[in-house]
Design a protein around this ligand. Sequence first.
Ligand SMILES: Cc1ncc(COP(=O)(O)O)c(C=O)c1O
Length: 484
Amino acid sequence: MDPPDGLPIDADRCLELSGERFGALLARVGRRLGAYLDTLESQPAWHPDGGDEAARAVAGAPLPEGAADVEQALDLLFERLVPTGFQTAGPGYLAFIPGGGLPEAAVADLISGVLNRYVGVWAAAPGLAQLETTVVRWFCDLMGYPPTSGGFLTPGGSLANWSAVVTARRCRLGDETAGGVLYASDQAHHSVVKAALLAGFAPEQVRRVPSDDAFRMRVDALTEAIATDRAAGLRPFLVCATAGTTNTGAVDDLNAVADVALTDGLWLHIDAAYGGFFTLTERGTTALAGIERADSVTLDPHKGLFLPYGTGCLLTRDLADLRRTHSIAADYMPAMQDGQERVDFCEISPELSRDCRGLRVWLPIVLHGIGPFRENLDEKLDLARWAADALGAVEGIELVAAPQLSLLAFRIAGEGEDTERLNRALLERVNARRRFYITPTILGGRFTLRICVLSFRTHFERVRECVEAVVEETAALLKQRPAP
Ligand SMILES: Cc1ncc(COP(=O)(O)O)c(C=O)c1O
């Protein structure tokens, strides 16, 4: 049969890259990325200038009809777009909660992108889907979860928290959300509140429980709030504890919160996006005692496992809870598996088509073994402890939050507007060196600086340099302070 008019026999196949051309493209990209990796140590920790210019270089670009030159496209990317903003991959990134960026995970992404296998349904790629189930099982074991547990990888902690709230809602409130109330401390991450709103709750259905002097949820206040709400005819259904807050790294008393949840019949979710992987260390296991009692746990492998952004995880003690929440049948779908081991991710999570996230977790772990991850996390605990001791010993500096994990908060001591101004100036001066990037927060109504050590590329020399900068700039600023 001849093709109909207008349909060419020799169709344009330029989208079908040959192995050779693919290798050549990779070689070009590999050279750029290699240079990037090799200069990370000396690159500025942040680039405050040039953001607008970089954005303008691509903003409003017309949809190109023809092909661009590869080198020109890579020049635009690597020379104009990449060097702006925060250098989140470098050793000087001590801001917020640092992410990782292990290159082995990027190689895994390359593999899964080229393979382009479908992992939303087990039967479509049993081996690759199983990789994700396997890494999830490792994480469940790490949390001390029973064999009934399970979970899935998410694009991050925010979406894991959202799925946790949705699952708690389904399992504890059924179809009726009216009167439902959920509890999280005033230090909980804002994604928990966002999750509640996205799950259909009104702001007044979210209680922010006050925290104590160590920034941990006050369990007495939690108990009281639940009792008050019950007496008012409301339906308390979920408490979210935090294992490593973003402000100070505080870990709630997980056992005490679990006791309350058990007594009052609430779902216990633990947001361990930052702190969860410290359970690889002895100190972390002690700090997070009780995590195994949670109904669900959020982890962020792109934080404590040093993976690239876009890797989160939600675990539940009982995989059946995820299935009950997410499973919806459709005529065009293939038969689903049942049982614990063979998981169809579309049945236990909100997504259908999705990337092969298991591979980006699995490959770095099998290539290194878990030992270096544990050692790195132990080192970060030591570095934060060292920095806190060093800063706490300096006259004029107040340690506001000692590290419970690898995060500390401090400020120039004192009250009043002058001290606020000095602290803002301290932040500016330290960051102006561009060797580190640290970010502030407000604690007890006061402007406070924080250092979070979590990047696998951050070691003693850089933390010492940062502490020395804080000490020098504090001394300079205190000289300017008017005598009392
Ligand atoms: C404690 C905590 N929970 C949740 C999140 C949100 O995670 P993600 O940024 O991966 O969405 C963060 C982010 O830093 C966090 O620190």
